[in-house]
Design a protein around this ligand. Structure first.
Ligand code: ZN
Length: 308
């Protein structure tokens, strides 16, 4: 009699961890096989963990649980789901439900969690609650870990909740994210004046690489209270000037005022055809420490509301 084998899939979406038993199927999809007609076929002793080998009785392919059909298709399954979802340009609960119902059950558990994570994120919530001026974009990222593989779902949203761009990426480099944001911005009538992100440090490079004057608002997750850092970025022919306004802990007090630390840093631009240092070399690093030197002397009172 045929026996079904299962593998315990462990996944993580941001801080949420889950697990699910998935049937082990032949990964040989290129030849039309996704057979469950498989047998255990000894252990691979050439690898330290000596994983269990399986062989497909239909096509003869030998594989491991972690290279079975599910893992082969997971990235394209997530991509396909997101593509169908964002095709309409908005995150819509009915569409999510509809799409989850027709995707395969083990994948849909992960997809459901990803959608919940996106909806729960501070940046997305803010996008939902912000009145429309057409001048703000929100960048949200969701960390997806399936067994030992990582992905990041980067989503760019406008104030009117339109999904301007998204991508499932393996690495979150400044170059990769800038490309996603740049393409998203091209869909707007004019570049947004304000970009809101979380505190992932790469965004500091991304907003400068966009190469126009803007305000970057970073929401600091680590802090138990809502904590923002506002960077005003100005491009001059040869340098980029950044004014940092960091909010102190108790920002939203009764009087509707908050304490800030203000500091400025400069970064030389790399001008093509001129002698100089390469991008990302000493110049940019040297200046960074000043962002942390928010000395109490420089603190001043500012109104919050005006910033948004
Ligand atoms: Zn097979």
């Amino acid at each position: 009699m045929k026996r079904l084998y299962y593998h315990n899939l462990v996944f993580k979406v941001n801080n949420y961890e889950g697990s699910y038993n998935i049937p082990i199927l032949c990964p040989n999809t290129s030849r039309g096989c996704k057979s469950d007609n498989i047998k255990k076929d000894g252990h691979d002793t050439s690898v330290k963990s000596s994983p269990q080998k399986y062989t497909c009785k239909d096509c003869g392919t030998t594989f491991y649980a972690h290279t079975s059909a599910f893992y082969r298709d997971i990235e394209s399954n997530i991509n396909e789901f997101m593509l169908n979802l964002f095709e309409k340009g908005k995150i819509d609960n009915n569409t999510v439900k509809e799409l989850l119902e027709c995707s395969n059950s083990s994948v849909s558990i992960i997809l459901k969690r990803i959608m919940e994570a996106v909806n729960e994120s501070f940046e997305v919530k803010m996008a939902w609650d912000t009145p429309v001026h057409g001048e703000i974009i929100f960048i949200d990222e969701t960390w997806i870990k399936i067994n030992s593989k990582d992905w990041y779902l980067v989503v760019v949203i406008s104030e009117d909740r339109t999904i301007l761009g998204w991508k499932l990426v393996k690495r979150r480099t400044a170059k990769v994210i800038t490309k996603i944001v740049h393409e998203a911005i091209l869909r707007l009538p004019q570049p947004p004046a304000i970009i809101i992100t979380d505190d992932f440090s790469t965004y500091k490079r991304v907003v400068k690489m966009l190469n126009y004057n803007l305000i970057h608002v970073r929401h600091i997750h680590k802090n138990p209270r809502i904590h923002m850092v506002v960077d005003i970025i100005e491009h001059e022919p040869k340098k980029i000037i950044t004014t940092h306004i960091a909010t102190a802990n108790d920002i939203f007090t009764n009087e509707n005022t908050f304490l800030t630390g203000v500091s400025t840093s400069e970064e030389k631009k790399h001008v093509k055809g001129k002698r100089g240092r390469k991008k990302g070399s000493k110049n940019s690093k040297k200046i960074k420490p000043s962002t942390k030197k928010l000395s109490p002397k420089k603190k001043e009172k500012t109104r919050t509301k005006e910033l948004f």
